[in-house]
Design a protein around this ligand. Structure first.
Ligand code: ADP
Ligand code: MG
Length: 256
């Protein structure tokens, strides 16, 4: 479904991602792990189109999307969750969901302009979908709260909810469990599993919580210092000496 070929990203003279190659299979939840600064978020930004790779190629559903905009990729179902923007914090939870641009190509502004009748129908449809999404996330009781007043975990659920509003196919989740309490963490896991099994979403998941990675992910990719160290199942990756070394930050020789 996704293939990265020798993808690199330079920030000035610093190479944050260095010739990374890997592929993601449809229907799977792939874990992307590695110590802080490994280049995981930068990799996500390049896959989503927010950063343009310095070199290399990215193929999505067989098509070279390397030079395509974030918008175009979004409309093709390649969706990255992002924190609720500052200016959305004062909007209600349901409004935040309704602000998500329609996931169907051709439903742009221009279409609405020429057929105002469709706008009302579309708004009703968006509202219905937002209500459904809230129910799915078990957030109906806070539908009319300002997003800024939600707890950390509820905000994470809302971010996930924004992807449910689109016709997402491949969803990139960057640390969905960061700062979330245990109860909500289980709930987020449950929702991800549901979206994967029942809706057919494919996920790439960056997460430091190894329990969550083990529970949700099939294949795991481990990055360190901009490079892919290894791709394999949880136990293979977990017991690989290069991975342990990367997490320790230095080799035993280096420490001596
Ligand atoms: P991770 O998500 O694995 O913790 P990042 O992809 O955020 O790592 O960062 C990888 C490296 O690239 C880090 O050293 C970070 O400081 C650097 N970096 C990330 N984004 C930028 C940027 N916009 N400008 C300059 N350096 C950046
Ligand atoms: Mg990161």
């Amino acid at each position: 479904m996704l293939e990265c070929k020798q993808v690199s990203m330079d920030f000035g003279i610093f190479r944050a991602v260095d010739r990374c190659s890997f592929s993601i299979k449809r229907g799977e939840i792939t874990g992307l792990i590695g110590p802080n600064g490994a280049g995981k978020s930068t990799m996500f930004n390049m896959i989503a189109g927010a950063f343009r790779c310095t070199s290399g190629q990215i193929f999505y559903e067989g098509e070279d999307v390397t030079r395509q905009s974030t918008d175009l990729r979004f409309h093709k179902g390649l969706v990255r969750t992002f924190q609720i923007p500052h200016e959305f914090q004062h909007l209600t939870v349901i409004e935040n969901l309704m602000m998500v641009p329609p996931g169907q190509p051709g439903e742009g502004l221009l279409n609405n302009w020429f057929s105002p009748g469709r706008v009302a129908a579309q708004e009703a449809e968006t509202f219905r979908r937002a209500r459904e999404t809230l129910e799915f996330l078990e957030l109906t009781h806070v539908a009319y709260e300002r997003a800024g007043r939600l707890s950390g975990g509820q905000k994470k659920l809302l971010e996930l909810g924004r992807t449910v509003m689109t016709d997402a196919k491949l969803v990139l989740l960057d640390e969905p469990a960061a700062g979330v309490n245990r109860t909500l963490l289980r709930k987020i896991e449950e929702k991800i599993q549901y979206l994967n099994k029942e809706r057919g979403y494919t996920f790439i998941l960056i997460e430091h919580d190894m329990e969550m990675i083990e529970k949700l992910c099939g294949p795991i990719i481990c990055m360190a210092e901009g490079k892919v160290l290894i791709q394999g199942d949880f136990h293979t990756v977990r017991s690989d000496p290069r991975v342990l070394e990367a997490y320790l930050g230095e080799t035993q020789e280096g420490a001596l």
